[in-house]
Design a protein around this ligand. Structure first.
Ligand code: S3P
Length: 191
């Protein structure tokens, strides 16, 4: 797939742990940018005809990850879209490469305590619902995944303690700044 030629057409991709606000913040960014909004979990659920929790329970995590990679591949073909991804998308380097080819990847970072507070409805999140100690599961998963989140991202927005509207503003600012620096690179090196 070719690289998007116009920086302004590149997707805004949100990565981050469960409960980091990818869908809520993503929807608001899409409205502000007048981009379409997509969510990898929603596309997986639509195609499978069942919830993420049911896919995990009935078909297993490996099946979910395969469906998720298909969703990433298809959504990465979009232009001018905001794509909210499931928290485990960054664990597959092929997913990351596809998303970075056509978009700017922004990490929504929150610390473990805030994630635990935000994931109140964890029955819908099979990786937490299956844990005896959700706080311990969050801390260990977050530690294991942090390097993947950070290396996937073109920019990081720290959301711990931040009101949602402020997080939206910071994501938009990060996206615009990435577009601008890419424009400058294109202008000084048109070939
Ligand atoms: C997962 C995160 C979930 C969902 C699935 C697995 C993960 O998405 O994709 O339950 O591995 O972190 P959210 O990050 O939107 O909750």
């Amino acid at each position: 797939m070719s690289r998007t030629s116009r920086p302004v057409d590149r997707n805004l991709v949100l990565v981050g742990f469960m409960g980091s606000g990818k869908s809520t913040i993503g929807r608001r960014c899409a409205q502000a940018l007048r981009f379409r909004f997509h969510d990898t979990d929603a596309l997986v659920e639509h195609r499978a005809g069942k919830s993420v929790a049911d896919i995990f329970a009935e078909d297993g995590e490996a099946c979910f990850r395969a469906l998720e990679s298909d969703a990433v591949r298809d959504l990465a073909r979009e232009r001018r879209a905001v794509i909210a991804t499931g928290g485990g998308v960054v664990m597959d380097s092929a997913n990351v490469a596809r998303l970075r080819r056509t978009g700017y990847v922004i990490l929504l970072w929150a610390d473990a305590a805030e994630i635990l507070a935000r994931c109140g409805t964890r029955a819908t999140r099979p990786l937490l619902a299956s844990a005896e100690d959700p706080a311990e599961r969050i801390t260990s998963l977050l530690a294991r995944r942090e390097p993947c989140y950070r290396s996937a991202a073109h920019a990081v927005v720290e959301t711990t303690g931040l009101p949602r509207e402020e997080a939206v503003e910071r994501v938009l600012a990060a996206y615009h700044s990435l577009v601008e620096s890419s424009r400058h690179r294109h202008a000084s090196n048109p070939a």
